[in-house]
Design a binder for this molecule. Structure first.
Ligand code: FAD
Length: 398
């Protein structure tokens, strides 16, 4: 049997897995199959520093090329996994070769969801890759009109960068409040106010039902551009560029024909699937979350990295320790927002500080016990928030 560990997906989860394997003494070959032509790189700056022009693309790589050489981690760049044959313990690749494995990590992340009405237009982008960020950044010129579809975190961060760049920005969101489903109406209203106070036009309870094509003047041919959209309310919005921020779906097409769930690979708390030697982590996985008592789809940075590390330890038969709390952060204008835990479990919301301000703590409790915390403009409070939730998480894991 091959001793090789194959990591499919050169993102954060795969990277942390490779680093932890080497740090914990694994001496056998490691191969990372990276669909993108770049060394593994970090995505959060794509909607923050890169769009603001503060972070250069070259600074995004997790490690230098020398690191991979020194650690004996073979990168297959620009090569995709096409098929998993778990009986033969082989991954078939887009270059026609296949790579045998002893243990396998599925870490192919997610890709932005599309909306059929916008298919085929050149001025419509999602935001997942460095190429997406480059295209979007070029569109964020002062005076341009940006239409953001969806007020999730990506949509909100892009809106924040666009307004800061002097772009006329409109967000169209089908729900009654940004992130209202996740955080409830009170905090949803806070996010709405944050954007409106920075000059974003935020249209809630609205949907795009029609798209009008407007090709570049003097051009005939295949270049199709959205010139305006019609909303369900009947209103028409003109735009120069459209950002689709309507969520992501796991990049798991390549598992077609396998028995693994392509809507998110189901794993235990350490990333094990039901197939011996096959693990999953990050946005492609739905790991068991002891606090939720359910499998939760990945979509955040910290949990993806930690899951990658846990898988490495599980592969080596080492104790991965207690799982981390679910968490994320976001930078909107000059306010950092940090969130830990699961507000969906809560029956009460308590504020410390003025929720009308840009600095407060929102603690979600259930039966008086904290289950989630949102910090707005209070990064210094993160250790306390973690400590507050640690007891709840430990009890859930015990
Ligand atoms: P990814 O980082 O998506 O990596 C997966 C890799 O696998 C990709 O390179 C992909 O091309 C590759 N791949 C896909 N299919 C194949 C295949 N068949 N074969 C080979 N390779 C394949 N989270 C936060 O908590 N806070 C933030 O502020 C935040 N900001 C973000 C901003 C942006 C713009 C984006 C896109 C994400 C942000 N996130 C944030 C989310 C966070 O970056 C992700 O949760 C994290 O990157 C997931 O890591 P991953 O390794 O699972 O997947």
């Amino acid at each position: 049997m091959s001793e090789r560990i194959v990591i499919v997906g050169g993102g954060l989860a795969g990277q942390r897995c490779a680093e932890t394997l080497r740090r914990c003494g694994h001496g056998q070959p490691i191969v990372m199959v990276c669909g993108e032509p770049h060394r593994p790189y970090d995505r959060p700056p794509l909607s923050k520093g890169v769009l603001h022009g503060r972070d250069a693309e070259e600074t995004l790589s997790f490690r230098s090329a020398d690191w991979y050489d020194a650690k004996g981690v073979e990168l297959l760049l620009g090569v995709e996994a096409r098929h998993l044959d778990h009986r033969a313990q082989l991954v078939e690749l887009s270059d026609g070769t296949s790579v045998p494995y002893g243990q396998l990590l599925i870490a192919t992340g997610a890709r932005p969801r599309g909306l059929p009405i916008f298919d085929g237009f050149e001025n419509v982008t999602g935001l997942r890759t460095v190429e997406d960020a480059r295209r979007l950044r070029a569109a964020l010129v002062p005076g341009a009109r940006l239409l953001v579809i969806g007020a999730g975190f990506i949509g909100q961060e892009v809106a924040s960068a666009a307004r800061t760049a002097g772009v006329h920005t409109t967000i169209v969101e089908a729900a009654a409040a940004p992130l209202g489903g996740l955080l409830g109406p009170e905090l949803g209203a806070w996010f709405a106010d944050l954007h409106r106070s920075h000059g974003v036009e935020l249209l809630l309870g609205e949907q795009v039902i029609g798209v009008r094509r407007e090709d570049p003047p003097g051009e005939i041919g295949d270049r199709r551009r959205v010139g305006s959209v019609t909303l369900a309310s009947g209103r028409t919005l003109t735009c120069d560029h459209v950002l689709l921020g309507v969520g992501v779906e796991p990049a798991l097409d390549w598992l077609g024909g396998s028995e693994l769930d392509r809507t998110g690979v189901i794993t235990d708390v350490d990333g094990r699937t039901d197939i011996p030697g096959v693990y999953a982590a990050g946005d492609a996985a739905a790991c068991f979350d002891p606090l939720l008592e359910a499998h939760a789809p990945g979509s955040h940075w910290e949990s993806s990295g930690r899951q990658g590390s846990r898988v490495a330890k599980a592969m080596l038969g080492q104790d991965p320790g207690a799982p981390a709390l679910s968490s994320f952060w976001s930078d909107l204008y000059d306010t950092r927002v940090q969130y830990l835990g699961h507000a969906s479990l809560a029956d009460q919301l308590i504020f410390d500080g003025d929720p009308g301000s840009r600095s407060f703590t929102a603690t979600f409790t259930r039966d008086g016990r904290p289950v989630a915390v949102l910090l707005a403009g209070r990064p210094q409070m993160l250790p306390q928030a973690r400590a507050l939730l640690a007891g709840t998480a430990e009890r859930a894991f015990a």
